[in-house]
Design a protein around this ligand. Sequence first.
Ligand code: PA5
Length: 446
Amino acid sequence: MVKVNLGGCNSFVNEADYEAYVEKALAALEVLENETGAGNDFLGWKHLPSETLNSTLVADCEAIRDLWKSKGVDLVVVIGIGGSYLGAKCALEALSHQFGKQLKNKGEAPEIVFAGQNLSEEYMCELMDLVQERNAACVVISKSGTTTEPAVAFRLIKKYIEEKYGKAEAAERIVAVTDKARGALKGLATQEGYNTFVIEDNVGGRFSVLTPVGILPIVLAGFDMKAMLEGALEMEKACAEKCGCNPAIQYAAMRNALYNQGKKIEILVAYNPKLTFLGEWWKQLYGESEGKNGLGIFPASVNFTTDLHSMGQYIQDGERTLMETVVTVEKSNRSMLIENDPQNLDGLNFLTGKHVEECNAMAELGTKLAHIDGGVPQISLSIERINEYNLGALFYFFEKACGISGYMLGVNPFDQPGVEAYKKNMFALLGKPGYEAQAEALKARL
Ligand code: PA5
């Protein structure tokens, strides 16, 4: 369950104003539920938790996990970018042991590494150094099947796997997650006989973490996908409530109220490094959904207390256009006490008997009060602990609130026309057939 606490905004938005925004949020929810708004052909994500729990999808992913286990696969390269990457990366970072790769007992699950999320030659070379040492398989994820970054990475990995294991075995070591009918990857997967999972047409990339895009890598990494879907299901129900008690309504209403007061930048804050990629996933979700027509809150993210030592000064004292949304984790999954040191040379004996997490919690509380004093309102979202269930709840909560918030802003939250501009220039500069005139025009500007 995700709980919203808006107490940190009390001195910025008065009750009457907030209630007015709640009314607007409820109107936006109505549009979302009735599917009458812009982009309404991209609302397939709304019922994914309930639908997926009633399907064989998780079992189908487990079958791939078991097949690869029988082959001794110890490395899975997951290829994808944007919405075809960030959800799985976020889940794996949040749920995995942070030093798991260095531990002697690495566990049973294969190591998951990501590719296709950049065009760095060094990254690909270094990845191949690893792949060559290991018993590897690959999941290639691209809804469109035409995105350059994953397509380039897949071409290289596919060639290696085919050369090392032979064509027939490669077909058992490569799984494609793509659109059901269109796109180059679909055609290639059919021709090569790869196991294939479908991303439905009505789910956009950044809303796809609870489709095979996220589910397959999460299952392969050994995590409890059913628990994640159950957490999402709880929020599917809570975030459909037509009342001010709906947490997605509360979050969407307050961030829009603050935006209209000049708080143009929202910083997602976590106090646990495991949640760093939650910030990355969230930035895509909100940035790509709301940043259009000259509008939209700019989404940024930090990890405290780490970034208090780099960004803390600006947040406390810089331009007053910031709001913070803090993801509070109520309980640590591990326990470690700070012990008494008879010499006390560091002067820290006042911490004796306290948990490290208590220091973290006091840092969080102290920072909240300091930032509010500094003119930074704070929305708090809390989960009990980091686990599959609560991560699923966060994913769904943020998606639903994003749809509501985008409609409140007056944009289509489900398209991303601006993403095309760089691609056209890149294709022209790389000499893609059909882009000759654009290439001439660009070169004249360089
Ligand atoms: O949200 C989006 O639509 C994008 O970020 C896409 O997910 C990203 O560009 C990858 O696209 P594809 O899955 O088609 O390769």
